[in-house]
Design a protein around this ligand. Structure first.
Ligand code: 5GP
Length: 112
């Protein structure tokens, strides 16, 4: 892992502005800058890991997903949670995060 702060660490530190929709001592949720759905949020653990499969502690993994579900339910009844893992999986920011996507009329534009 690089020593320099990740983009999301800089957002957490308020060095880079973002729209924060949720924050506690361990997680932050922000609006995605380039939304791929009417609602597009990112749930980000403050403790840095590069990608989700680096998290090996079941409690930590569970808390991350439970936080994403909690934030999603604060904004939508139905939603999609997505994790891009590694460059080949479409990950561009190497600080673990879960995408919350929601708000399409009649369901997502694309099935997976
Ligand atoms: P990834 O492809 O790594 O799973 O997702 C990274 C996400 O971060 C992308 O959806 C991208 O639009 C979002 N993103 C990139 N830079 C910024 C930024 O400066 N602010 C916010 N709020 N989102 C960003």
């Amino acid at each position: 892992m690089s020593d320099s702060p990740t983009l999301f660490e800089r957002i957490i530190a308020r060095e880079i502005p973002s729209t924060v929709v949720y924050e506690d001592d361990r997680y932050i949720a922000i609006k995605d800058i380039a939304p791929k759905a009417p609602l597009h949020l990112l749930v980000i653990p403050k403790e840095v890991s590069t990608r989700v499969d680096e998290i090996t502690d079941p409690q930590e993994m569970g808390e991350l997903w439970l936080t994403a579900i909690k934030v999603a339910r604060q904004h939508a009844e139905d939603y999609r949670l997505v994790v891009n893992c590694g460059k080949g999986g479409g990950q561009m920011v190497f600080h673990t995060h879960i995408h919350i996507l929601a708000g399409w009329e009649g369901g997502p534009d694309q099935d997976i």
